[in-house]
Every structure is written in C-alpha cells, then in structure tokens.
Ligand binder design. Structure first.
Ligand code: 6PG
Length: 470
C-alpha cells in the first residue's frame, strides 16, 4: 500500500508527485488518460517508489488509511466532479488536498460538504510553477489543524522550498478556505509586480529610448540590488531570447494582449466587498483588460495624434526608475497585506502575516529579497496597521518619493501608459494625507440625496443634514 495519492498527471501533478516520491514517500498516481500516467512513470527516478493507475477504484484502494489524496486538477467545476468520483471509494477519516488555484469560497463550500461525510478537506495554495512543484514550492495549507499536524505537516515541510535560514516555505495558514485566500492574494500581488516591471520596461523603451540589449543589462543589474527577485531575474532572461523564425528578439513578436485566469480579479472583487483600497492590484487587472482591447487601441491610436511634452532626461533617470519600481512594489505588497489583515478579521481566520511573508521568501512566483524585510516588520509588530507605517519601509519610501514623482511626471508628459506605477503613487499620497476632499463629497451627497454628514467638531454624533439650496 502506498502512503500518498496524486490525482491528475498534468505537468504540475507529475512534478509534485515526483517531488513527494523523492522525499521517500510511496506514491500512487491517477490520470484519466493513460498517456499522463506513462509520462510520469517514464520520468520517475529509480529511487522513487511509485505506481500508476487509470482505474479510479484501484488507485484509491492502493492507498493506506487514512487515504491522503492530492488533487492536481484545474480549478473550477473539475474539482467538484473529481471529488464526486472519489466519494464512491473513500471513507470517513480520509483526506483530500486541493492544490489548485481554487476560489476560496468554493473551498469553504467543499470543506463543509465533505465535513458532513467526515472526510477531511484541505485547501492548499501552491505557488512556484512546474519547477517549484518539482524542486520545492511555497505551500499555503488550510483546514482542520489537528489533521494537518498529524498527517500532512511533515509531507508539506519536506516537499516545500526552504528559505535562506533553512526554514520550510510552508506553514499552517488557518481554517477552511484561508489557504486558497492567501494564494489568491499572492497572485494579486503577482499581478501588481508583473505590471510594474512591464511599465518600467516600457518606460525604458519609450522615454529612455533604450535598446532591448540595454534594457536586458539593466534588469541584470537590478537583480543584484534592492529589486532582487525571481520576476526581475526571469525578465532579464526573457529579454535575451531570440525568435527562431524571424531572428528578432522574441519579445517583439509577442502579441501585446494579456491573458488571465481570474485570481487577480477575485482579489480585486474581494477588496471591493470588504471595503479595502487596493488600487495597485485592481489597476493591474484593468491594465490586462485594456491590453486585450487591441483592435480598439489600434483604431484609437490612428485617431489621436499623441502630443508629447518632451523633457530632457536627468542623468540619474534610471536610478530614479529603480527607486520607483521598488516603491510601487512596496505599495502593492502593502495593499495585499492590508487585505489579508482585514479579511482575517472579517472571517475570523487569525492569519499570521509575518509567517505568510516568510513562506513567500522562496519557492513562489513573488519571491524576492525584500520579503525578508516584510517578515521582519510584521515580526516586530504583529499589529502593524499598514506596511507603509513600519519604520523600515517608512524610511525607504520617504527617501524614494522624489525620484518616484519624477518618473511618474516624465511618463505623463511623454504619454506613456503607467497605470500601476501612477496608481501606487496616488495611493501613497492618499494614504499619507491628513485631509482629503471627502468633506466636499459628503456635502455633495447630502445636497442631492440628504445622505447626511458628520462634523469635525462632533465626529461621533449622528448624521446631520443641511438644506443647501437657498
Ligand atoms: C503561481 C502562479 C500560478 C499561475 C497563475 C497565473 O503562484 O505558481 O501564480 O498560480 O501562474 O495562476 O495566473 P494568470 O493566468 O491569471 O496570470
């Protein structure tokens, strides 16, 4: 009998199953099509104790009690269909782990449904792509803590990435859907990070008039400094790649229409529901939508003659851009963690933000040196209201503010679309403003709709209405 089952032999399923087997567990794998099982078995190393199945019953029966089954299937309806199929053969006490990018509300529903049958369901956020799944991803598990501690913790700690201090990039996140929620926020931040890098690249091309070779070298340099991260590293790699067909840089033959699978949108929807401002992340979703309206953009670009207000570039413009990217990135994380904090209160999840930053230090897509700084700031103060008011980031962001403003101004004058870099600066200016014009807004609402307003000399009092028209 084998100790662990992996359902789904797509590229992620195969990689995770190899990872588990290479940590010494005996593994049964299942796939609906034989080809997936064959691909897996053919790529297994000699030391891996593995068996493959295309018969669901045989697969489940090959597992020892309690049966531990990792689902590696595409998020959405497929997860429900797979669970329904498994229900026939599994029993009380068995454990299903959903490792896809499932919507956290679906995870809560599935958790409750399976709980009635005394089947344990854990929602597991996994980040790191194919390589991560094989060599060590960042893992965000949630569900019944006792079950996690007794049966799952050891497996996840063994297969996860390790940070610089040798600690596993996984921790118990919280109850029911919280693991998938944390993964969703990871992806929201990922959307922000990716877009910020794209805007910096565009700025270098359109404002700085740099060649791809020059931009590539800058990303290599940036990866040695404050921006050091996986996404900066892969961007440098991408900019080196040539197209075999045309001999051009591959980046120049890729259509500028961004795809998405929904996690950034869910993050933004959640922020709208709970009432948390995350304009950096939401703007990065909108930037993808706008990019997809390629035909309309092409037409509009013919209609308008863009008038550029040319400004000479200061000699330290690239240094300013690096500080801009860093600042916008901090804002993106500040918003993501703010949403985590408020959702944790709303859903009573008791999320440990320092631990979440720590498990993102390695293995996941947003891994970056500065996650260590975020981890430290939350460790120093678990009640931190916002990353922006932590001593470390306050000092940095304050000193980067002028370069950041200069970059945004140059972008605006040159007519370059920098939605996320600008939205981040706006958030910074809003968040650090003692006074905002919401007083006028309240007066307007009261004027046309008698919605009422509070007075500054009596903020706790009931809403007051004024008859505005004479
Ligand atoms: C990860 C990634 C992974 C995937 C995203 C892409 O953490 O390993 O985030 O989950 O690449 O889902 O999402 P989009 O297709 O929406 O960009």
């Amino acid at each position: 009998m084998n100790q662990v089952g992996v359902y789904g032999m797509g590229v992620m399923g195969r990689s995770l199953a190899h990872n588990i087997a290479r940590k010494g567990y005996s593994v049964s794998v299942y796939n609906i099509e034989e080809s997936g099982v064959k691909l897996f078995l053919d790529s297994a190393k000699e030391e891996e104790k593995v068996n493959g199945y295309i018969d669901l019953k045989e697969f489940v029966l090959s597992l020892s009690k309690p049966k531990i089954i990792f689902l590696m299937v595409t998020a959405g309806r497929a997860v429900d269909i797979v669970i329904d199929g498994l229900k026939e053969y599994i029993d009380e006490g068995d454990i299903i782990l959903d490792c896809g990018n499932s919507y956290y509300k679906d995870t809560i529903r599935r958790f409750n449904e399976l709980d009635k049958m005394k089947i344990h369901f854990l929602g597991i956020g996994v980040s790191g792509g194919e390589k991560g799944a094989l060599e060590g991803p960042s893992i965000m598990p949630s569900g019944d803590k006792l079950i996690y501690d007794k049966y799952i913790k050891d497996i996840l700690e063994k297969i996860s990435a390790k940070n610089d201090r040798g600690e596993p990039c996984t921790t118990y996140v919280g109850p029911n859907g919280s693991g998938h929620f944390v993964k969703m926020i990871h992806n929201g931040i990922e959307y922000g990070d990716l877009q910020i890098i794209c805007e910096a690249y565009d700025f270098m091309r359109k404002v700085g008039n740099l060649s791809i070779e020059e931009i590539q070298k800058i990303f290599v340099e940036w990866n040695k400094g404050i921006l050091s991260s996986y996404l900066i590293e892969i961007t440098a790699d991408i900019l080196q790649k040539k197209d075999e067909k045309t001999g051009k840089y591959l980046i120049d033959v890729i259509l500028d229409e961004a795809g998405q699978k929904g996690t950034g949108k869910w993050t933004s929807m959640e922020a709208l529901d709970i009432g948390v401002a995350i304009p950096t992340i939401a703007e990065s979703v909108f930037a993808r939508y706008l990019s997809s309206a390629k035909k309309e953009r092409v037409e509009a670009s013919k209609l308008y003659k863009k008038e550029i207000v040319a400004q000479p570039l200061e000699k330290d413009w690239l240094d300013n851009l690096e500080k801009t990217v860093y600042s916008a990135k901090v804002i993106s994380y500040a918003q993501g963690f703010d949403l985590l904090k408020k959702a944790s209160k709303e859903y009573d999840w008791n999320l440990n933000l320092a631990e979440i930053a720590r498990i993102w230090e390695n293995g996941c897509i947003i891994r970056a040196n500065f996650l260590n700084d975020i981890d430290n700031e939350f460790k120093n103060n678990a009640e931190l209201t916002n990353l922006l008011v932590s001593p470390y980031f306050k000092e940095r962001i304050e000193s980067f503010q002028v370069p950041w403003r200069k970059t945004c101004a140059l972008g605006v004058l040159n007519g370059v679309y920098l939605p996320v870099i600008n939205a981040s600066l706006n958030y910074y200016d809003g968040y650090t403003s003692k006074l905002l014009p919401a007083n006028l807004l309240q007066a307007q609402r009261d004027y046309f709709g008698a919605h009422g307003y509070k007075r500054i000399d009596d903020p706790e009092e009931n809403l007051i209405h004024t008859v505005w028209e004479n």
